[in-house]
Write a protein that binds this ligand. Sequence first.
Ligand code: ADP
Ligand code: MG
Length: 591
Amino acid sequence: MSTTATADAGAVRPRIRWGLPAYIVLVAAAIAFAVIAPKTGYILNISLQATTYAIAVLGLTVVLGLCGQINLAQAAFFGLGAYAVGLGQTDYGVNFWVCLLVGTGIAAMFGAILGASTLRLGGHYLAMVTISFQQIVTLVLINWIPVTKGPDGVRAIPRPVLFTDGSAYLALCIGVLGLLGYLVWRLRDTRLGRAMRAVRDNELAAGVAGIDVYRTKVTAFALSAMLGGIGGGLFAGGFAYVSPDQFSFAESVVFLTMVLLGGVASPIGAAIGTGLLIVLPEWLRFLKAIPGLYLAIYGAAVILIVLFMPDGIWGFVRSRLDRFKRPSAVVAVPPLQLAGGGTGAETVLEARDLSKHFGGLKAVDEVDIAVRRGGVHALIGPNGSGKTTTLNVLSGLYKATSGGIILNGRDITTLPPHARTAAGMGRTFQNIRLFRSMTALENVTVGAERPGGPVSGDAAAVVERARAALAFVGLEHRADEVVAGFSYGHQRAIEIARALASDPVLLLLDEPGAGLNSSEKVELRDLLKRISARGLTIMIIDHDMTLVTEVAHHITVLNFGRRIADGTPADVLAHPDVIAAYLGTAPDAAA
Ligand code: ADP
Ligand code: MG
């Protein structure tokens, strides 16, 4: 036993211990090199550009890499920071650091506003909005001459005390880049970082798992803009001169190319992409004898990298390195605590006169459902009878056309999905919705850390609870594998574990048996019984009548959006309307 413990500890150790010291040494070496190494103005300029650009590109690692939101206005945020430092010092005599802070703040504010537009917009529309913002900023910089000095730009921008020397200033920029890079690197595995990745992977599931999707996106945009602002502010100090053309849409595209080329998923990718795109054109300058040749080679290189390394250069290297990854240690897992069976009213969920219309189609039509505490409540009905729509209205993905929903004594009719999750609703989807690029443990952790949950706020307890939930569905030993590699049945189990981890009072399952083979179905039935035995109330949609009759205490039947029967399995399944609905004959004929 003791040997196992030592082996386990040994397996866990290297991952935690090497990263940070190695990183600090690297950054310190870069700073030392910046200070000591002899350099021409040319090398200094390239280095200053690379470091300040890299800070802005880190912003794209956050908003695009972590949160999956397109931002084609990073040069505008870069420009806001640069102009704040430029104008603030030269026109208003404000201290460099104060200017940098103000510029970062202004950028963050506009970033948040841009992020707020994601409430209604996504994909191409969001891209259009960010481009429009970029164009507005450029137009203002060019045309608001009394303030911005227009196309002439701002000259003679000073550097802060102690850093007036080029080498010292470069060292400062490297230090800031090192620190921010570290923070972005750490962000990934914080609650916010997981929330961002969840939103990127599956927005709908993120909301249902308890994440405030809108706030997460706004935060991602604000952080991204802040990093743009800081990079721009340092850029202005570095080059002492800024003009509108340095912060144009074309530059935003350059920033985007940098992050995509290096690898959008990691700050290391941001650094690689920035360095490469700044240095590559310089390396290729020897070709300038033939005009245009260097641009053609440069373009071809970019296309080749994007084609053959879709995850960027670092993503490519990373996937090779991952082959040598050690399996994580097996740690003792406590049993999963489920409070769902706790005290409270007899009825967990009450929906009254619930309707959902899609134009003229009454997908759900004045349905009443009362789910009693404890036990399994089945919702059945032919295909297209409105079962999934009912679940979507209950969990807040659709707004009810009319009717009210009470969960655990609380009116949740108008709450957004994540707030319903906080109120005690857990659910899975008919088509499995996992965060596909995240590990099994990360998926379940998102559930465990929902606000107001049993362990929210305590990072160690959150992970422990997530492990317990995974163990409950029998997958703890594969906690650190990415979910895309799991079998369908196991993905279903992870989805259930994610819902269980949030400690719901009611678990809604939409056709959990769909697509499972017979042995997986046996496992599912066993799992449902174990959940039910813990006292957690389940509402399940399923076509498998064997499963339904075996586990359900109560059945509600829908047909064409209307409730046609409700009661104990024996009564409901003998009901003539139900027989008719399933056999497709008219009620009177069945009778
Ligand atoms: P079930 O889950 O019982 O098979 P659904 O709830 O998925 O049925 O669908 C009920 C009806 O509502 C179907 O006719 C379906 O086409 C329609 N429907 C479902 N979602 C939408 C939507 N988002 N827009 C329009 N019609 C929809
Ligand atoms: Mg359905």
